[in-house]
Design a binder for this molecule. Structure first.
Ligand SMILES: NC(=O)NCCC(=O)O
Ligand SMILES: [Zn+2]
Ligand SMILES: [Zn+2]
Length: 483
């Protein structure tokens, strides 16, 4: 069956124009004036944009003695409700576990997804098996590898492992990713805070000052540069980290920064709330920062030094957060945001004039598609692209509340925020998953998206590295040895 979206204005990362969109077989079949199709979606007064891509989620993630509550079913349903039509989750091998085993585990979880998905592979330990498996997962369409410099004793890797893995990433034409916080320093600070009686959720923020993020970001950038790997820095939360990314980009290094919608719109005062539950629900790493850091992140989005707005959706219930009563280091780290990312960014970004509509599309969708090797299949309104679209009504308003959300947890960190700008329709490969506020998404409709290695950035970087590689100097005469 064909569907036509009529009467709207198409907004892409670089163009804004009036046209209808015809969808056939889950793909965009035509774009132009006066198109017709069997099903008609009225987009009068709306913008037709590529559906959002959230390249940073943790659905049903095993972490800190529990599993994040939103799984691929509730998480992707929440995504569609907010205009996001694809997520990239993280497959996390346990210590000693092979990458292909971990991949199988994630495939077993994702069968219930309502929208399309892919994975990044985490490098949580190092050895010959990991080295070998990295090539095998690239062959299966997983072309990005995440490294945690935080979570000492759990997910953290050391610098020698990081350098080895980044070299492998370079050789495979993949993308390196990093959670940049200095895990050694965080562990020391946490132990001292606890010993001094700082046990509440606010101590989580005290234990992770901006310097631990700035140092680790800079370190990862330098190591990636030496290894010749393009680097994507997840959840950039502060000026120190942003500054390192900005500087690297000015120097021509291939580095991208990803602020989260939480860090852009919520600040550290949340941790000083007298209600323990309120503060603990907002514990995540890195923690929320102050207004100066938020201004830096917003400036980065308009200046182009920061590239993607994500959520790091990793939602734990209040009951799970209470594992950390009396010891903040046991509060499961993570917050939700999948349903709210696009409405919050539109409200606080586009409606305030901090970013343009085209920058909104770039940072919520197109840039992620390009960086992670799936453009223009995803992230585009173009003939032949998947019909992952959102028909965005800039006049539609709501107040965010947990009672009305798709997420399975019992609260929302954006509770009470008024947003203006919401989906009228969200389409996942042509299927109308959200119809004027009504959820029509289908469990199991989502498909795995295999991604391509060796993108243009990899090729350019490899060429440059090859050209500038150390070479022995050819000499005509070599003096006799002195001995
Ligand atoms: N961010 C966070 O606190 N939890 C999810 C895991 C991670 O991305 O570090
Ligand atoms: Zn992280
Ligand atoms: Zn994360």
């Amino acid at each position: 069956m064909s569907t036509v979206i009529k009467g709207g204005t198409i907004v892409t990362h670089d163009l804004t124009y009036k046209a209808d969109v015809l969808i056939e077989g889950g793909k965009i079949a035509a774009i132009g004036p006066s198109l017709s199709g069997a099903e008609v979606l009225d987009a009068t007064g709306c913008y037709i944009m590529p559906g959002g891509i959230d390249p940073h989620t943790h659905l049903e993630m095993p972490f800190m003695g529990t599993y994040s509550t939103d799984n691929f079913e509730s998480g992707t349903r929440a995504a569609l409700a907010g205009g996001t039509t694809m997520v990239i989750d993280f497959a996390l091998p346990a210590p000693g576990q092979g990458l292909l085993d971990a991949l199988d585990m994630w495939h077993n979880k994702s069968g219930r997804a309502h929208c399309d998905y892919s994975y990044h592979m985490a490098i949580t330990w190092w050895g010959e098996k990991v080295f070998d498996d990295m090539a095998k997962v690239v062959d299966k369409g997983i072309t990005s590898f995440k490294h945690f410099l935080a979570y000492k004793g759990a997910l953290m890797v050391n610098d020698d492992e990081l350098y080895s893995s980044f070299q492998r990433v370079h050789d495979l034409g993949a993308i390196a990713m990093v959670h940049a916080e200095n895990g050694d320093v965080v562990a020391e600070m946490s132990a001292r805070l606890l010993a001094e009686g700082n046990t509440g959720p606010e101590a989580h923020a005290y234990s992770r000052p901006t310097q631990v993020e700035g140092e680790a970001t800079n370190r990862a950038i330098m190591i990636a540069d030496m290894a010749g790997a393009p680097l994507y820095v997840v959840h950039t939360s502060c000026e120190e980290s942003h500054e390192a990314i900005r500087r690297a980009r000015q120097q021509g290094k291939r580095v991208w920064g990803e602020p989260l919608i939480q860090h852009l719109t919520l600040d550290e005062s949340e941790y000083f709330n007298p209600d323990w539950d309120h503060a603990a629900r907002r514990v995540m790493s890195p923690p929320f920062r102050n207004k100066m850091h938020q201004d830096s992140l917003w400036a980065g989005l308009s200046a182009g030094s920061l590239s993607v707005v994500a959520t790091d959706h990793c939602a734990f219930s209040t009951e799970q957060k209470r594992f950390g009563v009396g010891d903040f280091t046991k509060i499961p780290n993570g917050t939700g945001g999948l349903e709210d990312r696009m409405p919050m960014l539109w409200t606080y970004g586009v409606n305030t004039g901090r970013i343009t509509m085209n920058e909104f599309v770039a940072t919520t969708s197109t840039n992620a598609a390009k960086i992670f090797g799936m453009y223009p299949r995803k992230g585009a309104v173009a003939v032949g692209s998947d019909a992952d679209l959102v028909v965005w009504d800039p006049e539609k308003e709501k107040v965010i509340t947990a009672g009305a959300q798709q997420s399975a947890i019992d609260y929302n960190v954006f509770e009470g925020k008024s947003v203006k700008g919401l989906p009228r329709f969200t389409l996942s490969r042509g299927h109308v998953a959200v119809h004027d506020g009504e959820m029509r998404s289908q469990e199991g409709h989502g498909k795995f998206v295999a991604r391509e290695p060796n993108g243009a950035v990899n090729r350019a970087l490899s060429q440059w590295k090859e050209l500038t590689a150390p070479r022995p100097v050819k000499r005509s005469g070599i003096p006799a040895s002195g001995v």
